[in-house]
Write a protein that binds this ligand. Structure first.
Ligand code: CLF
Ligand code: SF4
Length: 522
């Protein structure tokens, strides 16, 4: 079978074939010089891809890093059954590869799910995507999944439809997926070598019987590859989720990245294993650890130049509602929906989305302007190759607009003279509770962003400020309410200036830990 790779880089290269050679092929996920245009994975913009692809991703918070600052998704938990067993999953919990562990509060029928979607859409005009991501496997519950999708196509035609699957039943469902206008499909692919697969999947349910060991992994692998190729051939945008399991598939994920790229995957999302003994999973009970922040980043970085990477995944619940990283599902329980006045106002939704587009353009221009300063400053400081991480407290809109004490996660940007690149996020326990700072939370917050040189916030109290400084992390309030990339680049220029003047000496930072489990509500 001929490979049909359609990465953002290739799409751009094809469109611009007469204008310029595909420079981004060699450098992979890089910024094209001082212009500040990234042709990289989910951080691509309208200049990096054909209009029809941009239209599909521009308001999908998972497929576009930029979009995730502005647009929300919701999941409806209509798919409880699963046809395989993963060693990182316990059926009592959400699907661990797509959801943060924690029981789904309410499983829904398709009719309930549709009602919930319309209720959320009427309250949250920025909710643009409906996904079915468990708590089992969307395609192991085809009737419920497609019944929900069919109703939504009729009743909420402006909402993008998305689903997530382990891929076992995918090839047989591709026609149905296309029939329901499901434009975005995620396949969880953790291996392309069945020997490795046997360490992740104890069994699959196939042709009415349980198959185990390497044979199970071989069947799963073949179905996943076939399904991916079929979706690519039909023009469905595919994202591959891989769970990074240290010592089992960490280095192997580079090969997975290569193989899915060959078969046309649009994005590759490498996520840390969530493995806590109290979740009751095989890996949790046998002490299999998840990766550290730098281990995760190292594998992601090693995949650059391959299939484009998504790095802003929040491993959300199967009933999540809201921006990635926030959960408003409690506002939309079935009893609360019953009392709501549901008005599906498509014009209001369009108006909001137009406003966001204007904001996105302003954000992009601010980044381009700030890049020039960062470039000059790094050259003057003799720090052309310097790259540092900064943590950012934000509650959306792409701005530094959150108080340190209110953050339940920090977004992490890698800043250099070339770019401010989103590379991940770190969950933390809320510092400010009931109006007071909880000082015992500080060490864990410092651990979570310990590899960062600075943390950009809208405000910070004296106590955490001093502790961060003592840990070598610079608290920065100067860029409150600025666009994030502009703020990060301006801070970087200032940092280089201080290095150049001898006011400070640049020191490398250490590793950081990935916080497991649920965040506390703000
Ligand atoms: Fe949901 Fe997944 Fe669609 Fe997004 S989530 S089905 S693609 S709408 Fe997104 Fe959540 Fe990560 Fe999934 S952040 S777990 S990648
Ligand atoms: Fe659990 Fe999802 Fe794996 Fe099924 S595919 S066992 S629901 S993690």
């Amino acid at each position: 079978m001929q490979s049909a790779y359609i990465s953002l880089g290739d799409l751009k290269a094809n469109r611009n074939a007469l204008a310029e050679p595909a420079a981004s092929q060699a450098s992979g996920c890089s910024t094209s010089g001082g212009a500040g245009k990234s042709s990289c994975g989910s951080s691509g913009g309208p200049d990096d891809m054909p209009t029809e692809i941009w239209d599909k991703v521009k308001n999908h918070p998972c497929y576009s890093e930029e979009a995730h600052h502005h647009f929300a998704r919701m999941h409806v938990a209509v798919a409880p059954a699963c046809n395989i067993q993963c060693n990182y999953c316990n059926r009592k919990y959400d699907c661990s590869n797509e959801s943060r562990p924690g029981v789904v509060s309410q499983k829904l029928t398709p009719d309930q799910a549709v009602k919930k979607v319309l209720a959320v859409a009427s309250e949250i005009p920025q909710m643009t995507v409906l996904g079915i991501a468990g708590p089992g496997d969307a395609l192991a519950n085809p009737k419920k999944t497609f019944d929900t999708m069919r109703q939504l196509t009729e009743k909420a035609p402006d909402i993008k439809l998305c689903l997530s699957t382990n891929g076992l039943a995918l090839p047989e469902m591709v026609d149905e997926i296309c029939k329901h206008n499901i434009d975005h499909v995620t396949i969880t692919i953790n291996m392309v070598d069945p020997e490795i697969g046997a360490k992740i999947y104890p069994w699959i349910f196939w042709n009415h019987q349980r198959v185990t060991g390497v044979e199970a992994a071989r069947i799963l692998h073949e179905q996943q590859m076939k399904g991916l190729e079929m979706l690519t051939a039909r023009g469905v945008l595919t994202k591959i989720n891989s769970v990074l399991i240290p010592g089992i598939n960490d280095e192997h994920l580079i090969e997975v990245n290569r193989e899915v790229k060959k078969r046309g995957a649009f994005l590759h999302n490498i996520m840390p294993l969530i493995s806590e003994a109290e979740h009751g999973t095989h890996f949790g009970l046998t002490g299999q650890r998840g990766p550290t922040a730098q281990e995760l980043k190292a594998v992601q970085d090693a995949c650059m130049g391959g299939a484009n990477l998504m790095r802003h995944c929040r491993q959300c619940r199967a009933d999540a509602v809201g921006l990635l990283g926030e959960d408003r599902s409690e506002e939309f329980t079935l009893d609360k929906i019953e009392e709501m006045d549901i008005v599906y106002d498509i014009d209001k939704r369009r108006a909001y989305q137009e406003k966001v587009e204007a904001e996105r353009q302003a954000q992009h221009q601010a980044k381009v302007d700030a890049l020039a300063d960062a470039l000059d400053a790094s050259l003057i400081a003799g720090q052309e190759d310097l790259k540092v991480l900064v943590a950012v407290a934000t509650e959306g809109q792409g701005r530094v607009n959150q108080h340190f004490g209110h953050a339940t996660e920090f977004q992490i940007f890698e800043v250099s003279r070339k770019e401010a690149l989103f590379v991940g996020h770190r969950r933390v326990d809320l510092y400010c509770q009931g109006g007071y700072g909880e000082d015992e939370q500080l060490p864990s917050i410092v651990n979570a962003i310990n590899d960062c040189h600075a943390v950009l916030v809208s405000k910070i109290g004296a106590c955490p400020r001093d502790e961060l400084k003592a840990a070598g992390i610079e608290p920065v309030e100067e860029y409150a309410h600025e666009f994030i990339e502009k703020a990060a680049l301006q801070w970087f220029a200032d940092y280089c200036g201080r290095v150049a003047s001898g006011a400070i000496v640049h020191q490398p930072r250490g590793d950081a830990s990935i916080r497991q489990g649920a965040v506390m509500a703000a």
